[in-house]
Design a protein around this ligand. Sequence first.
Ligand SMILES: Nc1ncnc2c1ncn2[C@@H]1O[C@H](COP(=O)(O)OP(=O)(O)OP(=O)(O)O)[C@@H](O)[C@H]1O
Ligand SMILES: CC(=O)C(=O)O
Ligand SMILES: [K+]
Ligand SMILES: [Mg+2]
Length: 496
Amino acid sequence: MSKNISKYLHKEMDSTTALNHSFHRTKIVATVGPACDTYEKLLELVKAGVNVFRLNFSHGKHEDKAKIIEHIRRINATEPVNISILGDLQGPKLRVGEIANNALPVVPGDILTFTNEKCVGTMEKIYVSYPNLAGDVVLGNKIMIDDGKLEVKVIEITPSNDVKVEVILGGVISSKKGINLPDTKISLPALTEKDLEDLEFIIDQELDWVALSFVRSVNDLTLLRDKLKARNSKSKIIAKIEKPEALVNIRDIIIESDAIMIARGDLGVELPVEQVPLIQRQLIRKCRHRAKPVIVATQMMESMIDRSKPNRSEITDVANAVLEGTDAVMLSGETATGMHPALVVETMRKIILEVENTEYRYNREDDLIPQPHSPSFLSDAICYNACKIAKDANAQALIGMTQSGYTAFMLSSYRPKSSLYIFTKERSLVNQLSLSWGVRAFYYDEEESLDNIINDEITVLKERGFIKSGDIVVNTGSTPVHLHLPTNLLKITRVE
Ligand SMILES: Nc1ncnc2c1ncn2[C@@H]1O[C@H](COP(=O)(O)OP(=O)(O)OP(=O)(O)O)[C@@H](O)[C@H]1O
Ligand SMILES: CC(=O)C(=O)O
Ligand SMILES: [K+]
Ligand SMILES: [Mg+2]
């Protein structure tokens, strides 16, 4: 064992031993809001099983977010966990302004007028936060309000650039509700002025993941990537899939992003909602093939916002997402504004564990083989065969090393039955990998020799009780160590 091993033994361990619950391999993302934004509440959620906290920049102020970030960092510093933080940008989302008395009931046949001049919304006029609405829509276009709960149709564009619409599906319009224009090409930039300000904050705060809403093309991602690079940010990018345009370009979008979120809320408004289940299934498959983490989001446990038990359909939704092989499942209003944030997380974790502990179809090396023409074919072949050998030898653990994260995401993408431990000297990755299926990450920066490194890794895991004498473990690594090459080595060991 190399001399500094003890320094790795104090903190960089997974949450399971210390928090005394079994490790769920499908990760849980929870949105932070007024219902859970104190230190105590956040800690409670972590203990219930949260791996990643999402800060939604569509709501709330920077100063409140800064406090939440401080709380989460304190939890990471004092508890044996590596909770990741995800900043979710609002993106080019249109919203109505303030509505008089926060409620405007409308019925089919009513005529409304959308204007870009600020006003309190009434039957007379409703403010929409988008100067080019009249320029972008054409007669007959549908406009959805409040995630599609209400629907209107464009009947007139006035000389003063107001948009008159007829109500098709009635309901109550309240302040600040989102608007979707499924048949209109919006001419808003991928990163609005608000997004750019929020991004500065996200970079300053060194958040682990930044999610870009309403991604339409690879260009949107390149724009964000360049902004991050310009400031030497290590934040990784999540492309939120919630526009039909994204589906057309999905191959390139997956390749260019670090992870994908299936944002079913807006997605189900932007295209026929009955298409969402199969899109979800296909996106998860495609992401696994490209070794990119994927999150299933929105309304997973919606009824628990104000009830203490989920619907049967929600339980089945979470279970099916796990069976489809998603990396993570996400909670929004359930934890942000709901009545039972910790109970929702705990319930979700139980559903995940039940499926994971009884369903062994994870190892999927048969349906994912390395592509011989890929630039990373050689290291892909190592990862593929590491998983295959781990399965054949019934290995207790698969142990990978990574600097870019690539090997971790690749090993994880096979959803191996063996436990997956990742060692990295890249501090930012230790938290970032909390999003990735099955991964438990450790900080480790020795570079003496690969023999020592592998010995250390096995020792750390043995000291923690993750593996014991007689267990078989499979290690991946890279040699010569000091050259930092992509993964090129595979070793199988019986633990002494
Ligand atoms: N500070 C806050 N952070 C997050 N959500 C909040 C906050 N305050 C209130 N909420 C409410 O909690 C719910 C959170 O759900 P979610 O994050 O999906 O919001 P949304 O507006 O539907 O999402 P998006 O803008 O990403 O489409 C929303 O209904 C929102 O109104
Ligand atoms: C999460 C999100 O943005 C959505 O579901 O639309
Ligand atoms: K958002
Ligand atoms: Mg959305």
